[in-house]
Design a protein around this ligand. Sequence first.
Ligand SMILES: Nc1ncnc2c1ncn2[C@@H]1O[C@H](COP(=O)(O)OP(=O)(O)OP(=O)(O)O)[C@@H](O)[C@H]1O
Ligand SMILES: [Mg+2]
Length: 264
Amino acid sequence: MTATQAEPLWIAVAGKGGAGKSTVSGTLSRALGRLGHDVVAMDSDTMPGMCRSLGIAEPSGTRLMEAIEPADERRWRLRKGVGPVRTVQRCTTPAPDGVRLLQLGKVDADTDVAAFTGAALAFHEIVGKLGESRTARRWTLIGDLPAGPRHLAAGFASYARGALVVVEPTSQSVLAARRCARLAREHMGRPAWYVANKVRDDAGRRRLVRMLGEEPVAWIPHDPVVAAAERDGLAAITAAAGSPAVATIERLAADLDQRRLAGL
Ligand SMILES: Nc1ncnc2c1ncn2[C@@H]1O[C@H](COP(=O)(O)OP(=O)(O)OP(=O)(O)O)[C@@H](O)[C@H]1O
Ligand SMILES: [Mg+2]
């Protein structure tokens, strides 16, 4: 199983706003948890999305704030003696299938800018140092990035060994996805794989391959049951269990587990 292999499975999930990043990353985290991975799900979006797709209530405030303290009037730092591993152990929220959620967003911070900046810096600090830790190397990290390519360039995904880029069959979604993939490959030097989402028919498939210039590693169909689960605030992996979309994400989890994606 992956947990005993040398290279940890640390994946960032990127893509345009609304493409399905949170649906994919949350469902993937749960599916990998079921395969025996010790998953830390990392939501670095200020608008939390992963808690819903994981199937837990929104953490009240970010527990990450427990790990940091003000350094001076403008800056924050990790508390003395608090390293990235302890932060994950202390400041995550438990979710089903053994997944733990590290939530950056939703500090009281939409109003408290200093606290938000602090949490963002702490997040950077934590994820940047995870690679040094033997304990963390036994974890599987699945990160839900904020929309668009910018955060790949800005260090929010410095932990990632590879990027899954979620893309819908629309030109805007493809434009953002291609930028995300290019940043992961050229700027970070990591493999990137496209995950097609909300695909309705063969024409959509063909259009997507033509616009991307390559074949996605997974094709998630448009699935009204998944959309309904989200509307009801339920995790797709339970509310839409057995649906074609969830089954596709479960297969993707098995592919990651078995290291079947090129470059992984
Ligand atoms: N395969 C699918 N079939 C139908 N609806 C889907 C599918 N995947 C995602 N959705 C719906 O699309 C919407 C956006 O999904 P999601 O929140 O996962 O996207 P996101 O990329 O995380 O968005 P944001 O950029 O706002 O964080 C949600 O309402 C979700 O239920
Ligand atoms: Mg989201």
